[in-house]
Design a protein around this ligand. Structure first.
Ligand code: HEC
Ligand code: HEC
Length: 422
């Protein structure tokens, strides 16, 4: 009897539990939180990531030609010009391929030889203050001058560059920058540059007169300024993510066509929430423009890559920085350089947070191509739970898949000055 009572009570409880569950479940599906419902706080984050928040291109006071269309048109030609290389085969576009989000598909770039780092996508690059993975230059024009004299990349000297400009681009150059002083191979050595790694080239450079060196530097710098004017035009277009956010912010109904998939939305919620990706990948270019050491596996010979910590002195002493005689800026316009954070220790092994726009279109990943797929990148982040900067919580396999799905929604066609193909 007693048992029976208990049994009855148990089944009554079970039945009422079922009822409660059913009672909750029925209305829950009717009222279920719409997956397109975002709190005001979340909407503010979505707005900050939206391409509509990008704003006009920042002015570069150090390059007075940066928004000159003629300079950009010349720069575009120089970008695809393979005369500027030791083997006549390497141009900027070798490692920054237009059909590959302006990067290449190699773990380590290859020009005249293999470089120690991975190429970078140039999408929206003008929104940066520092260039290269370690930020060792402070403008796009001084950045462009690095690869040309780098033995592993273009591998030619600045005297040779000036000579090529005078031979093949004289008219366009002079209409922008004024007359080119007479340059002949007899008068000026072909392979002269202030090189640390090439005593012959350095000797030839030192033996030139100051006037000659200055003239060559001017041409070299103007070449960089024209290339920078082109590189500035490489911009992302609205991605599915941006179109979705635009609808959310306008309060319009989300049609199926505009909606992200359930997985993409779940991934977006994780990206701005539990996975804390927006701690660093924030703003409309998905980067905080700062440098971090993620504790990646080291690759390559020559000891650990010091990243940002080694670049601080390089940018401060760069002969073409914002405060140099070749910059068009007033000293007070060089605030990034003047207020540079010089804490070498903080930046030991740190690299620039890259944009995540078009990220799934351009494997491999990280500054030395450490990972082949986005999935590997995400697995790595999950394994770094003990890193205070990367405390992402316990992400399940399903959640990793959702974040990856979301990253796919950041792809878009890229616009640039229509590149001239050869
Ligand atoms: C041999 C391959 C190669 C060539 C050629 C090359 N680059 Fe790069 N580019 C790279 C690599 C690798 C990096 C990253 C290097 C580093 O961090 O040390 C890079 C970085 C950059 C960056 C920095 C992007 C950012 O977000 O900071 C820009 C801009 C750029 N290159 C433009 C150019 C231009 C312009 C040319 C032609 C004058 C050029 N590159 C030639 C491989 C190349
Ligand atoms: C502490 C800052 C920080 C956080 C948090 C962070 N990232 Fe990164 N992310 C970086 C930096 C820095 C790099 C480049 C590191 C390097 O190459 O040394 C990077 C690289 C990447 C790359 C490779 C991009 C490329 O072009 O090579 C992807 C993809 C990525 N992060 C996605 C994410 C996702 C998804 C999250 C959240 C789970 C996240 N990141 C969290 C700073 C961060």
């Amino acid at each position: 009897m007693r048992n029976h009572v208990i049994r009855t009570t148990q089944s009554a409880i079970a039945a009422s539990l079922l009822l409660i569950i059913a009672g909750v479940m029925i209305p829950a599906s009717a009222w279920s939180l719409d997956q397109h419902t975002w709190t005001d706080g979340q909407k503010a984050i979505l707005r900050s990531l939206w391409i509509g928040s990008l704003g006009p291109l920042p002015v570069d006071p150090s390059n007075r030609y940066s928004d000159n269309p003629k300079a950009a048109a010349l720069g575009r030609k120089l970008f695809f010009e393979d005369h500027f290389s030791g083997n006549m085969k390497v141009s900027c576009a070798t490692c920054h391929r237009e059909d590959y989000s302006f990067t290449d598909n190699l773990p380590l770039s290859h020009g005249m030889d293999t470089t120690p780092r991975r190429s970078m996508p140039l999408i929206g690059v003008a929104y940066n203050s520092w260039f290269f993975w370690d930020g060792r230059t402070d403008s796009l024009w001084s950045q462009a001058l690095g690869p040309i004299e780098n033995k592993l990349e273009h591998g030619i000297s600045r005297t040779m560059s000036a000579y090529i400009i005078s031979k093949y681009y004289r008219e366009e150059y002079e209409s922008l920058f004024g007359p080119i002083p007479e340059i002949t191979e007899e008068k000026w050595p072909q392979e002269a540059r202030p090189a640390q790694d090439d005593p012959n080239a350095l000797k030839a450079w030192v033996l030139m007169t100051p006037v000659q060196r200055e003239a060559v530097n001017r041409i070299y710098v103007n070449m960089g300024k024209a290339i920078a004017a082109f590189v500035r035009t490489i911009m992302p277009q609205p991605s599915p993510f941006d179109r979705y956010v635009e609808k959310i912010l306008s309060g319009e109904n989300i049609t199926k066509r505009m909606a992200l998939t359930n997985d993409e939305i779940a991934g977006l919620r994780l990206f701005i929430g539990k996975a804390k990706c927006t701690n660093c990948h924030n703003g409309p270019m998905f980067t905080n423009s700062d440098f971090h050491n993620l504790g990646l596996p080291q690759k390559g010979k020559g000891g650990p890559d010091k990243g940002r910590s080694a670049a601080i002195t390089q940018v401060l002493s760069n002969e073409f920085n914002c405060l140099s005689q070749y910059s068009d800026a007033q000293a007070n316009e060089c605030s990034e350089l003047r207020f540079i954070d010089t804490s070498g220790k903080k930046y030991e092994g740190a690299f620039k947070t890259p944009t995540l726009r078009n990220v799934t279109e351009r494997p491999p990943y990280m500054h030395a191509g450490q990972f082949t797929t986005v999935h590997e990148v995400l697995e790595f982040y999950r394994s770094q739970a003990q890193n205070p900067e990367l405390g992402h919580g316990d992400l399940t396999d399903q959640e990793l898949g959702q974040i990856e799905a979301f990253l796919h929604a950041l792809s878009s066609p890229i616009s640039s000055l229509q590149a001239e193909k050869k």
